[in-house]
Design a protein around this ligand. Structure first.
Ligand SMILES: [Zn+2]
Length: 431
């Protein structure tokens, strides 16, 4: 469990402000915007470094300590800028805590893996690491450090990696309408959150529907598990570094989880990934027949893609993401999807904040589809769980448990599941 300890001034507690949903950009326009922001940011860093901030710092009695730039992402700043900044930092180092101008504005992280610190010092405790695009409220500003509200607490981030202009999202769901893309597809390391995956050398396969009923929608069909070595690797539960809010195969409070587990074994010893793959193949054929394009994450017993890599592929190449699982209980309790926990901190964390309602809409549609063909359901068809998949999804995305260890997985049962899930997909896109 990660301890979060931030300084707070009396009476200064305020919630972090968040603006509304962000519209997705077209793939090409998005890419251009990303490039533009990347260049613009570096220029801005360069221009913003002035000695004026140092002069102000002299007036402020403070805690002391080196005022070194908190650079978590060395690749984002060219060497010449580093040299420039070092000269400035050498000056700043002689000073005490920086004077902060009062601010009340929304700022965004424009770096990867950026440190959020408990005090305005480069040796202060790191409370979290944030990814590009993370949104915060800034309450104080100096050339070196910004005071921000992170999870209702005052923390400090190096000013040069914050911007008041929202960095473009590298989402490229519009790729899905470009039907020239098909066949094997791998991770683009530039894609948002790709850097959080640890196992990502595998390839998914994108299939295009060929009938005259094409829907121009890509459904990511993710056969749960099936990544050799995945259970001995850990990945970060949440992109912002906060701990898991519910317990499951990983306990609540953990900040890292198994990159991808090996799954359970059915009552007769059959491994779960064998059966999830069989369901995925049935569903693929039914979706293609109905005019949906399909992104198949796995088509054999092993694909080297962990849960984050699978999610990032779906985020960028599909219009929705369905991960197929069987639960580890033995009661034949019925199908359900993993819903988004009703925990304020989780539902306000991006990208969950902007997408959790879509996840529920997809899950509810799939459950309605399964119910319609007579598949047994567990309770009301959902169970709240903080999952890595959900925590990184920027398209409608669910983990659906279509049964458990005691479920019948005969061809007839899988065909029924396929019909129910395909009906659910149609229902989802019709609404
Ligand atoms: Zn599973």
């Amino acid at each position: 469990m990660k301890r979060m300890l931030c300084y707070r001034e009396a009476g200064s507690r305020k919630g972090a402000g968040r603006t509304g949903l962000q519209k997705k950009m077209a793939a090409v326009a998005g890419l251009l915007a990303v490039m533009a922001v990347a260049c613009g940011c570096q220029m801005k860093n360069y221009e913003k470094i002035e000695l004026a901030g140092v002069q102000e710092a002299e007036k402020e009695p403070g805690s002391g300590g080196a005022e070194e730039a908190d650079k978590a992402d060395a690749s984002s700043v060219p060497e010449t800028l580093d040299a420039q900044r070092s000269a400035v930092n050498a000056e700043i180092t002689k000073e005490t805590a920086p004077a902060m101008e009062e601010r009340d504005e929304v700022v965004y992280v424009d770096a990867t893996n950026l440190n959020v610190r408990t005090a305005p010092r480069s040796d202060a405790e790191v409370a979290a690491k944030l990814d590009r695009g993370a949104e915060l409220r800034r309450t104080g500003y100096s050339e070196s450090w910004s005071r921000v509200i992170y999870q209702d607490k005052e923390c400090y981030i190096s000013s040069q990696y914050l911007t008041t202009k929202k960095p473009a999202e590298e989402t490229a769901a519009a790729v899905s309408t470009d039907s020239s893309v098909s066949g094997e597809v791998g991770i683009n390391p530039e894609w948002k959150y790709a850097g959080f995956s640890k196992i990502n050398s595998g390839k998914a396969v994108l299939y295009r529907a060929e009938g005259n009923n094409r829907k121009n929608k890509v459904v990511c069909v993710n056969a749960g598990h099936g990544t050799k070595g995945g259970s001995s690797v850990k990945t970060q539960c949440h992109p912002d570094g906060t701990p898991k809010v519910t317990g499951g195969s990983t306990a609540a409070g953990a900040v890292t989880a198994t990159a991808i587990s090996s799954g359970m074994a059915f009552a007769d010893g059959t491994p779960e990934p064998k059966v999830t793959l069989a369901v995925a193949k049935v569903l693929k054929d039914k979706l293609l027949a109905r005019g949906f394009d399909v992104l198949m994450i796995r088509e054999s017993d092993d694909v080297q893609l962990d849960n984050i890599a699978r999610t990032v592929l779906a985020n960028n190449l599909a219009d929705c993401h369905i991960a197929i699982h069987y639960d580890s209980t033995s009661s034949d309790k019925g199908a359900f999807y993993m819903s988004v926990p009703d925990v304020a901190s989780y539902r306000s964390m991006e990208p969950v904040a902007s997408h959790w309602k879509e996840h529920h809409a997809l899950g509810d549609s799939l459950i309605a589809g399964l119910k319609g063909v007579g598949v047994k359901l567990f309770s009301d068809g959902k169970m709240a769980m903080d999952l890595t998949q959900t925590s990184y999804s920027t398209v409608p995305s669910v983990d659906i448990e279509v049964g458990d260890k005691a479920s019948d997985y005969s061809a007839a049962s899988l065909d029924k599941l396929g019909n129910g899930l395909a009906d659910g997909v149609e229902l989802f896109f019709a609404n």
